[in-house]
Design a protein around this ligand. Sequence first.
Ligand code: SAM
Length: 274
Amino acid sequence: MPPSPASVRYPDPGAIFASTADAYVRYRPEHPTALIEYVTDLARPGAHYTNAPILDLGCGPGVIALRLAERALPVLAIDPSEEMLDAGRRLATERGIDDVEWTLGDSADVAGLPAVRGAVIADAFHYMDREQTLNDLDTIILPGGFVALVVSHVIGTPKAWWEPILDRLRDRFLGEHRAAGVGVPFHYLTEDHETVLRRSPFARVRVLRVDQPLALTLDEVIGMQATYAFSSPAVLGEQRDAYEQALRKALTVLEPSGRFTATVQAAVIVGQRP
Ligand SMILES: C[S@@+](CC[C@H](N)C(=O)[O-])C[C@H]1O[C@@H](n2cnc3c(N)ncnc32)[C@H](O)[C@@H]1O
């Protein structure tokens, strides 16, 4: 087991999600609308703000960036994966959205960015040196601004009932220790995001938790596995077909109807300067 430092920025962040972008667009459930609305309200142009953009750091294919832009907010969307950015650009074109600026980069580049009114980091903060990133964000976020950490599963709350089955099969195919991309072991963090945020310049913290109902088909449950860094097509390699067949068989026995429903808890953890 590798050591568990408080925070980690992986050596080649752009490689972590290699090969996942297509599945990500197709199968990853949207973040709950209540969370998007909450961030939108924080970011609405008001007394504090110029027309500086909102930063979506670790934007992936723009799942949050596009929804903020649809709500008339300009977005600077940054990700270290060209593949993810290309997927985001394609979605933006399809939806006629032109107020997102797509930029290759990662958490280590934050200090060099222009001023922003706030930053959203969704399901990506655990890949960053969290303390350093928050300190760097403090240099670019305008007065009155915010950091919003979106998580699609709150640690310690129930997972979908089928997850333990997936975990067991994944361990069988890939070993017990998760990967953060090909050949890179995942670092388990010892502190949760909220604790790290409370120690940062954005120490005034509020949390909005919401239930997220999931209603997935068998294909969607299987497709979702290709959106995770630890079971990406690149990580599975030649084992992908066998792994998906094993999943299909195990899940069909447990839920012959092919309909997978559960409710999980998602959250946005918002930090502002005291
Ligand atoms: C699970 S995806 C989340 C994508 C999107 N924010 C969402 O909510 O669906 C994590 C993203 O973080 C990016 N990433 C990994 N390390 C990063 C870093 N150090 N700085 C910024 N982004 C990073 C990956 O390329 C990937 O697109």
